[in-house]
Ligand binder design. Sequence first.
Ligand SMILES: C[S@@+](CC[C@H](N)C(=O)[O-])C[C@H]1O[C@@H](n2cnc3c(N)ncnc32)[C@H](O)[C@@H]1O
Length: 156
Amino acid sequence: MAIAALEVPGAERLDLRILATDIAVDTLRQAVLGAYPPSRLEPVPKALRERWFERRREPDRAEGEVFVARPELKERIVFRRLNLADPMKGPLDVVFCRNVLIYFDQATRQRLVTAVEPLLRPGGLLCVGHTETLSGIRSGLALERPSVFRRPASAA
Ligand SMILES: C[S@@+](CC[C@H](N)C(=O)[O-])C[C@H]1O[C@@H](n2cnc3c(N)ncnc32)[C@H](O)[C@@H]1O
């Protein structure tokens, strides 16, 4: 996400910050390292790989090396442990809550969406996974396109 945003022309003028959360400490630890075996980055175009990652020899690893996210990428991202059932802070421009709703029952999903909606800036977006829906969930969010919901610009 950080790479996609930073590659937009004019992005250097943006105050881009990503709050990356998970409930699982091991998952967060992995994410903070920002180190990927070459096979994981194969789908990333070479130019982007070279701009945003540095290659590091790791003889103990199966593939012998890793690509590590460069500091200018990492510094945009803050990692925090967060249980989505706990209170959260805003305001936020976009919330990506992808492939997590599946873990929750309908009542918890409703509580989560009710909590996230006022944290979004007016006009802000909630993005869920491609296979997820907000069907049966009451909210003031408008469907923008499949999996993407917008808080109305006029929201207080
Ligand atoms: C299937 S993964 C999806 C990860 C990522 N969002 C993606 O789309 O690739 C689901 C993640 O949700 C996390 N998770 C499960 N319950 C959670 C909760 N109550 N609060 C925060 N994260 C949770 C899990 O630890 C796991 O990393």
